[in-house]
Design a binder for this molecule. Structure first.
Ligand code: SF4
Length: 334
């Protein structure tokens, strides 16, 4: 009985202490809130910017198992365009640190191979396309060859990429158009590219950005999902998303930005289970918490290349090797 009474007393005391602590916190919060309310809009803007600067210095920190970075407290409702631009650019800078070797993950050696590979990449993985295209280009190395190909033979090669009949029509059709309208060369202008069968703006920008060095924003499924999560735009139409994001960055950033965002979507910020607890840009993300926030559990959600790590290709070309001949350093290595 005595023991029970003592325990009861203790519990009451603990509850009281907890209440006091909560009350203290509330008072402190209220006081802080009052201070904020008393200040001018300019101060609010400064505070918003400060919030957006608490990202871990090294992107790898979040993945190494360090405590998850503190997320922003609330979605940036009413965020001014200036603050949004700063936040968006900061996210891109952080992603550039995490994915310094971001590049198109489709293998290609010339604009023709890139446009064909990009068309084939619809509804399948780049890895699958990379496993399929060597046989295709070995048999049909030029637009002339593919234009004159027997569709059934092309279908057989493209079967592993899915939708192989439609894709065969697209790649043979675009090859014919290249031969008939552009002298067998891939045109370097958006308005010409989008006229090719199976080529929309997304494919056209991939080709322009990576085969012609012309800045372009690639609004694929990852890009759409991520920029909405980051509240860069509320648009859902790809063309409008492209225009909204284009307004946040200088043209020279567009191509690399597209790679960074797409790589992040493939490796960390997945559609169904984003790995928020292992995400290096969590402090800048209004959607933090949409996925797993526990660092250990989140680490298990990271998607690595087969036997590798984010940023590593299966066979990294020379350009992606470091000075010692090793592949790009892994996220969270060390
Ligand atoms: S993983 Fe989570 S925190 Fe990171 S960008 Fe995606 S939603 Fe935001």
């Amino acid at each position: 009985m005595t023991a029970e009474k003592t325990t009861a007393k203790k519990t009451t005391a603990e509850k009281t202490t907890a209440k006091k602590t909560t009350a203290k916190k509330t008072v402190t919060k209220k006081a802080a809130a009052k201070k904020t309310t008393g200040n001018q809009t300019a101060v609010k803007k400064t505070a918003a910017v400060k919030k957006a600067t608490v990202a871990p210095k090294k992107a790898s920190a979040a993945v190494k198992g360090a405590p998850a970075a503190k997320p922003v407290a609330a979605p940036p409702k009413g965020e001014s365009q200036t603050v949004l631009v700063r936040r968006a650019r900061r996210i891109n800078r952080e992603l550039a640190e995490v994915y310094p070797y971001a590049h198109p993950e489709l293998d290609f050696e010339n604009p023709f191979q890139l446009v064909v590979a990009t068309v084939l990449s619809a509804q399948t993985t780049d890895l699958r396309v990379n496993q399929t295209t060597p046989a295709l280009f070995a048999k049909y190395p030029t637009p002339e060859d593919l234009a004159a190909a027997n569709p059934e033979e092309v279908e057989e090669i493209l079967r592993p990429t899915g939708f192989f009949r439609a894709k065969t029509k697209s790649v043979t059709g675009l090859s014919k158009a290249l031969v008939e309208q552009f002298g067998g060369e891939v045109p370097g202008r958006l308005e010409d590219l989008v006229k090719l069968p199976g080529v929309g703006r997304k494919t056209a920008f991939v080709v322009l950005g990576n085969a012609f060095g012309r800045p372009g924003i690639t609004v694929d499924t990852h890009f759409q999902r991520l920029v909405r999560r980051w509240q860069w735009t509320a648009e859902t139409d790809p063309d409008k998303i492209e225009a909204a994001v284009a307004a946040l960055f200088p043209k020279s950033d567009w191509t690399d930005l597209s790679h960074h965002v797409i790589w992040h979507g493939r490796r960390i910020c997945h559609a169904r289970k984003p790995a928020c607890g292992a995400c290096p840009i969590a402090p800048l993300c209004p959607a933090y918490g949409e996925g797993e926030t526990d660092p250990e559990k989140a680490k298990k959600l990271l998607k690595y290349e087969k036997g590798g790590f984010p940023g590593q290709r299966l066979n990294p070309p020379q350009a992606y090797l470091d000075a010692g001949g090793r592949a790009a350093p892994p996220l969270g290595a060390g």
